[in-house]
Ligand binder design. Structure first.
Ligand code: FES
Ligand code: FE2
Length: 378
């Protein structure tokens, strides 16, 4: 068998010639750690929608690329990313999510403002050479684009607009920035994080995994868009909303007010590398973020977003329930397929396959980007 370097090089071709990501990348502990280093700590990472940090002091804690971090909205409305570790003797500062006026360390009470500056340190005022400004929280870069959060854990950060290339231009037909989140749910899936994003982005499995549900909605997609930037995207024509199953299409939500006509009859599936993917429909957006937990499990967040005027409709709860049902059904059908794939990937006989270029276009684009990351820094 080819060595890993040669196998990854086989991913760096257009979909017609490329091979899939080596199975070892879905099962190896060493590569799992290498991904933290080369994928999650060096690139911009999408953390889903920014509107869940609506007011100052709203925060969430998470582990990203093996680093515990705090995502927080400060007093000036700026989104901040801090290392979740105290500048005194490194205790973890916050847990879970919530709202805070200050960040107070539970160990010895050092207190930080929402901009990360140290505002209080009990009994430290007479300590020689102790200067509060030397002990601000370690911070990283966070920015917002189209209502999405992007963070970078590399201090020599690449420019986000260069990273995203023509992402905003390609998504201009949908009023994505102004959408509001009406549901965010979390689930743990027993597969590698890449496998979860792969399956959301391909049409090939639909007749086999979703024969009586999603397969009835979708036709063959258009060829993938040519893009500049760390993402892949593909439009698929469908009748009516892609967020509803065939038998519940008579109760759709209204189409977005400012959506361009040319994209009304279909859904645009976008994968922002490495870990965030979303589908833009004529009435709503559905988003998945996948974060590695272990080599064979990941934490997935599903978010559903609609225009504010749609969320304000009197019969919104009734109408959106059919959509939520469709998304939940889709996931429930995908999960056994993913668990089954993960078992197959773990076989010592697993080897690289080939892509169906139209139906797995985004998956092939990600495989190329992934191989570029691992190889360019080795
Ligand atoms: S470790 Fe935080 S105050 Fe001591
Ligand atoms: Fe699926």
């Amino acid at each position: 068998m080819k060595n890993l370097h040669e196998q990854l090089a086989n991913c760096q071709f257009p979909a017609e010639q490329a091979f899939s990501i080596p199975p070892e990348c879905y099962t190896s502990e060493d590569l799992f750690q290498e991904e933290f280093e080369k994928i999650f700590r060096r690139n911009w990472i999408g953390l889903g929608r920014a509107d869940r940090f609506a007011v100052e002091g709203d925060y969430e804690t998470m582990d990203l690329g093996g680093k515990p971090i705090i995502v927080l909205r400060d007093h000036d409305g700026v989104l901040r990313i801090f290392a979740n570790t105290c500048r005194h003797r490194s205790a973890r500062l916050l847990n879970d999510s919530g709202n805070c006026k200050l960040i107070r360390c539970p160990f010895h009470g050092w207190t930080y403002k929402l901009d990360g500056t140290l505002s209080g340190a009990p009994h430290m005022n007479k300590v020689s050479n102790f200067t509060r400004s030397d002990h601000e929280l370690v911070s990283y870069h966070a920015e917002e684009r189209l209502g999405f959060i992007f963070v970078c854990l590399d201090h020599s950060v690449p420019n986000l607009d260069d990273y995203l290339g023509d992402f905003a231009k390609i998504h201009a037909p949908w009023p994505i920035e102004s959408l509001v989140t009406t549901r965010r749910r979390s689930l743990k899936v027993d597969c590698n994080w890449k496998a979860f994003l792969d399956v959301f982005n391909e049409y090939y499995h639909l007749p086999f995994v979703h024969p009586d549900s999603l397969d009835e909605i979708y036709n063959f997609p258009n060829p993938a868009n040519e893009v500049k930037g760390a993402f892949a995207t593909q439009f698929g024509n469908i009748e009516g909303s892609g967020g509803l199953l065939q038998d519940s299409k008579e109760q759709p939500l209204p189409r977005m007010k400012n959506i361009e006509d040319r994209v009304v009859s279909g859904v645009q599936y976008t994968w922002v590398f490495p870990n965030m993917s979303f589908a833009s429909g004529m009435d709503l957006l559905w988003i998945y973020e996948a974060y590695p937990i272990s080599v064979n499990s990941c934490q997935v967040f599903q978010s559903i977003c609609v225009p504010p005027e749609t969320a304000g409709l009197q019969d919104f709860d009734k109408k959106i329930s059919s959509y939520y049902q469709r998304f939940d059904n889709g996931i429930e059908e995908d999960i056994p397929a993913l668990v089954n794939q993960q078992r197959g990937l773990a076989s010592s006989d697993a080897c690289q396959g080939r892509f169906q270029p139209l139906l797995e276009a985004n998956v092939a684009s990600f495989a190329k980007w992934y191989a570029d990351q691992l190889l360019s820094q080795s």
